[in-house]
Design a binder for this molecule. Structure first.
Ligand code: ADP
Ligand code: MG
Length: 569
């Protein structure tokens, strides 16, 4: 059995292909979405998912989130006494999803298809594979997220050629991809996005507006909110945001220094508030269309993915931009996992839909630093000359010619960069080629700079000096930051030593973490009241009596709902 996994920045999901269709497997809490959060409990056990998410606020130094952003880098996160690489944290999320699938299916699961953003570089893809390996999963293949969304919608069954756009707005990232299905091959034609734009930004905008419009800012008198007040206000904004996805109006309420502040908002208010964010959603769409040399009118359909596309505002923007309604018959936050399961199903039935391979594209532009002429005899260095443009289909090889600009220049220095900025200082430096040349007048020596970028993300720069035909070569592998097989073996052994919170007790542990979070937000009598219920629940837990446990759990949940209107979930 191969499972399909959407390993998301904010939330992850696991799905399977069964009885002719893809379906999501619920986690130990019965939920479809597992927050991509990992934490260390006070006794050193690892907590994954909702329990860890609840502790982000109460135990920030023991909890990690958003680590997908750092995949493919060496950046480590400290949790208690230990430090973890992003692929190790990801592996714990994968492990928990794997266990959910095993509990659901009643047998072991060893293989998975994991989705990755289309723009993920080779290093980021390798790190994702390693994460799978560390979780005890054989990664059957990595599938591009937009391709997965397309599979969930059955676009591969279209017998015709078709071009479509996937609009994926998650918690903190925005990805736009243009795909083309041609003679059974699905190809990512272009991908663009904004790595710092997502549902969380809408919450931030609401939090800021609430403070002025509810009159709370005046009462605050330039005082800052404490971390826990801020988090509570964010939770309230998140709740209101979700209400507005289903209802015309929502009210935000917040207690500050003993006074209650409220603000009622409707879709129009939210639209005005979020106008700057809506503007930012346009640019990547335009860029992707331009890169793919496609007009919006040539797209056959628009597919939505990501939880934030549940917002009516976002759907309206999409409809307006494309002059048609997007496809919405699936839950957008489940589309990618469902697509991964479709791919798993195809694989297991041995339907050779391996043709739904996408040819990959170079995720960034690659080029060199040059001097530009700014006056008759005046040159300014530090400019970027792209050689391979972003979204070129790989493998790709391109050549550009450069000439000397100074008389009797004795050497040539070529610096290689990746990025989209006009000045090299704003791009990422990859390497330098430096060599002597014959001393001639400016412009008499020229050189061909050839860049070759292969499918595994290795860039080779070759410079041929004219007329001598002398060649110089530099090979840049993006593999810095990828673990070696020895490192993987070693960390596998070390990770096996970690105690992971047992699945059958995670529900109770999560509830206590949520109660702890609520406790921090409350004051006075309410705190006392909650503390009593938590203590009662914990003492029952120790006795391991299932019926008494259920009863105590239910009264704790009731108490929490009373105190917080149910938004603690
Ligand atoms: P990611 O791909 O980043 O892991 P998701 O696709 O799960 O994330 O999307 C998470 C985002 O979706 C969050 O910002 C959340 O607030 C938002 N979201 C989820 N449900 C809704 C809803 N009903 N209305 C508005 N936003 C929602
Ligand atoms: Mg996602």
């Amino acid at each position: 059995m191969i499972i399909g996994i959407d390993l998301g920045t904010t939330n992850s999901l696991v799905a399977i292909w069964r009885d002719g269709k893809a379906s999501i497997i619920p986690n130990a809490l019965g939920q479809h979405l597992t927050p991509s959060c990992v934490g260390m409990d006070d006794d050193g056990t690892v907590l994954i998912g909702e329990a860890a998410r609840a502790r982000l606020q109460t135990h920030p130094h023991m909890t990690a989130a958003l680590f997908k952003r750092y995949m493919g880098s060496e950046r480590k996160t400290q949790l208690g006494k230990q430090r973890f690489r992003p692929e190790e944290l990801s592996s714990m999320v994968l492990r928990s999803l794997k266990e959910d699938a095993e509990a659901f299916l009643g047998h072991k699961v060893e293989e998975a298809i994991i989705t990755v953003p289309a723009y993920f570089s080779d290093a980021q893809r390798k790190a994702t594979r390693v994460a799978g390996q560390l979780a005890g999963l054989k990664v059957e293949r990595l599938l591009n997220e937009p391709t997965a969304a397309a599979l969930a919608y059955g676009i591969q069954d279209t017998q015709r050629e078709t071009k479509f756009l996937v609009f994926d707005l998650g918690g903190g990232t925005f990805d736009v991809s243009i795909l083309e299905l041609f003679e059974g091959v699905m190809e990512v034609r272009a991908s663009a996005g904004d790595n710092f734009l997502g549902g969380e930004d809408f919450v931030s905008a609401m939090v800021d507006a609430f403070q002025t419009r509810s009159g709370m800012a005046k009462a605050m008198d330039k005082q800052e909110l404490t971390g826990s007040q801020r988090q509570r206000l964010r939770d309230e904004a998140e709740r209101a945001k979700r209400v507005l996805s289903d209802a015309p109006k929502a009210t935000m309420t917040f207690m500050y220094n003993g006074a209650e502040f409220t603000w009622e908002l409707d879709e129009e208010v939210l639209a005005n508030l979020c106008e700057p964010l809506m503007q930012r959603l346009r640019a990547p769409v335009e860029r992707a269309l331009r890169d793919a040399t496609i007009k919006a009118s040539e797209l056959e359909s628009v597919v939505l993915a990501g939880g934030a596309t549940r917002m009516p505002l976002v759907r309206k923007l999409v409809s307006r931009m494309f002059g048609r309604f997007p496809q919405i018959h699936l839950d957008p936050d489940e589309a990618i996992a469902l697509g991964a399961a479709v791919q798993a199903g195809l694989k297991m039935r041995d339907v050779a839909l391996d043709e739904v391979v996408m040819t990959d594209v170079a995720p960034y532009s690659l080029g060199i630093g040059i001097a530009r002429q700014v006056g008759p005899n005046d040159y300014e260095g530090g400019h970027f000359m792209p050689i391979i443009e972003r979204n070129s289909t790989v493998p790709v090889s391109r050549v550009e010619n450069i000439t000397t600009i100074r008389d009797f220049q004795k050497e040539l220095t070529v610096k290689v960069y990746q990025g989209e900025a006009r000045l090299v200082s704003d791009n990422i430096y990859l390497g330098t080629l430096h060599f002597p040349i014959a001393s001639k007048k400016a412009g008499e020596i020229s050189a061909d700079v050839r860049f070759t970028y292969d499918v595994s993300g290795v860039l080779e720069a070759e410079i041929t000096v004219l007329p001598s035909q002398e060649k110089h070569k530099l090979v840049m592998s993006e593999n810095a930051g990828v673990m070696t097989p020895q490192e993987i073996e070693q960390r596998l052994a070390e990770l096996a030593e970690l105690k992971i919170h047992p699945r059958d007790r995670i529900e109770n542990r999560t509830l206590v973490a949520q109660a702890d979070r609520l406790y921090e937000q409350l004051l006075g009598q309410e705190r006392e009241y909650l503390a009593q219920y938590v203590a009662a629940f914990q003492s029952v837990l120790d006795k391991q009596d299932p019926i008494a446990t259920r009863r105590a759990r239910e009264s704790l949940i009731q108490a929490m709902q009373q105190l917080d209107g149910g938004s603690f979930l």
